[in-house]
Write a protein that binds this ligand. Structure first.
Ligand code: FES
Ligand SMILES: [Fe+2]
Length: 427
């Protein structure tokens, strides 16, 4: 499919500016970043909601946040109201949080409940989303409670993470993750054996795409993070393994605590298998970036609010046994303070990016080797918004294999089985 016709009519702004987009399709060292309007246009944002957020599997939390029947959360993803609840049989469910009467959100916030009572006219829905009562509707012609359930949204879990998919026709979560080899690659991290020790969210005045791009950007680490964790981060050894849509990478970095000093020691299942400089990252497109060290897992989940506002949710997960250690709370607070400090170093850049790409003067600059993952992500956006370009993808994957072959000889031995994975990817 050509970029020019874009697969969706291709007239107006999309077609006019196609030459700018073609520059991002090029191979890494000839490519350009995306034009500014791709981050500021309400038209592009709407298109991304339809083609990305209403189609892909999205992480919305952890299983342990819904321990008991009746535990629930009301969320919004790109404005779409969503309700997650555990029912009386212990099953997690996801629903459109939109009343079947006039559309008010039937639940808000989070907590535990026996049923959801719409705050406007008191229609009552049970934990399965079924309408259980609707005052003053007896005389309504043809009204049937059983036809008025909250629409279900697909929900599944992997690694203790809850994912939803708004598209009833979507492929299963497992198959979706397998397209990028994520279940196989991440198995040794055992996220399902961890619990959330810290979770926080904040809203940034920038387009959602800048958040995953920023956390996969190894170019800035030695600049704005040089005094926190960037000082002992050998970026030139960073080896991306591009998958079909996403990517993963193992690299060397100390843990995310002051001076890189671990406070609990390694996660038991990595003990003796990796060094204290083990680090890895996995991008689960479109909106989840998982980071791990030898002692913790820290996912960052990005949720669009509107074209230039984005919610960022950051988790720290530790092995269950760490929670029983003496001084757990004090140690946990040290990790919690550190990740807040590191991410706050990014915030001014993210706000400024949004402001800068709005400028009439902005012309996108080149992508460099340290932006290999970003370049892959930019092309993923284009694939979704304009239709896949297999030629461009093949070129990226071919270049990546060549880079990995070159690097394979010097990989460290203590890498949690990574060498094998790289060797396979390079073939
Ligand atoms: S909008 Fe929910 S009961 Fe009327
Ligand atoms: Fe950063």
């Amino acid at each position: 499919m050509s970029i020019e016709n874009g697969g969706h009519g291709g007239n107006g702004r999309f077609a006019e500016l196609s030459a700018e987009l073609a520059a991002t399709r090029g191979s890494l060292l000839k490519a350009r970043h995306l034009p500014g309007w791709f981050y500021t246009s309400p038209e592009v944002f709407e298109r991304e909601i339809d083609t990305i957020f209403m189609k892909e599997w999205l992480c919305v939390g952890r299983v342990e946040e819904y321990e008991n029947p009746g535990d629930y959360s009301a969320l919004r993803i790109a404005g779409e109201p969503l309700l997650i609840a555990r029912d009386n049989q212990g099953k997690l469910g996801a629903f459109r949080n939109v009343c079947r009467h006039r559309g008010v959100e039937v639940a808000s916030g989070q907590g535990n409940t026996k049923a959801f009572k719409c705050p406007y006219h008191a229609w009552i829905y049970d934990l399965d989303g079924k309408l259980a009562g609707a005052p003053h509707t007896k005389e309504v012609d043809g009204f049937d409670l059983s036809n008025c359930s909250l629409p279900r949204v697909k929900l599944d879990t992997w690694g203790g993470y809850i994912f939803v998919n708004f598209d009833p026709e979507a492929i299963d979560l497992g198959a979706y993750l397998d397209l990028d080899g994520i279940r196989e690659y991440a198995a040794y991290l055992k996220p399902e054996e961890t619990r959330t020790s810290d979770k926080f969210s904040y809203v940034l005045p920038c387009n959602w795409k800048f958040v995953p791009e920023n956390v996969m950007d190894m170019y800035h680490v030695g600049v704005i993070h040089k005094d926190s964790f960037g000082g002992h981060f050998p970026i030139n050894d960073f080896r991306y393994v591009l998958d079909r849509h996403g990517y993963h990478a193992n690299y060397e970095s100390f843990t995310m605590a002051p001076k890189g000093a671990t406070l609990f020691g390694p996660m038991p299942w990595l003990d003796g298998k990796v060094t204290d400089r083990f680090a890895c990252t996995i991008w689960i497109r479109p909106s989840m970036n998982i980071f791990a060290r030898h002692d913790l897992i820290q996912p960052i989940v990005t949720t669009p609010i509107d074209v230039d506002h984005t919610m960022v949710t950051v988790y720290t997960q530790l092995p269950k046994k760490f929670f029983n250690e003496p001084a757990f709370d004090e140690k946990n607070k040290i990790y919690a303070d550190f990740i807040r400090m590191v991410l706050s170093e990014d915030n001014a850049m993210l706000e400024s990016l949004q402001n800068g790409v709005r400028s009439r003067a902005f012309k996108p600059g080149p992508t460099v080797k340290l932006e290999r993952a970003i370049h892959h992500a930019l092309n993923y956006y284009l694939d979704r918004v304009y239709g896949a370009d297999e030629t461009s993808r093949e070129e990226r994957l071919r270049e990546n294999r060549a880079m990995l072959r070159e690097a394979a000889a010097s990989l460290p031995a203590q890498d949690g089985g990574y060498s094998k994975r790289v060797t396979n990817a390079a073939e």
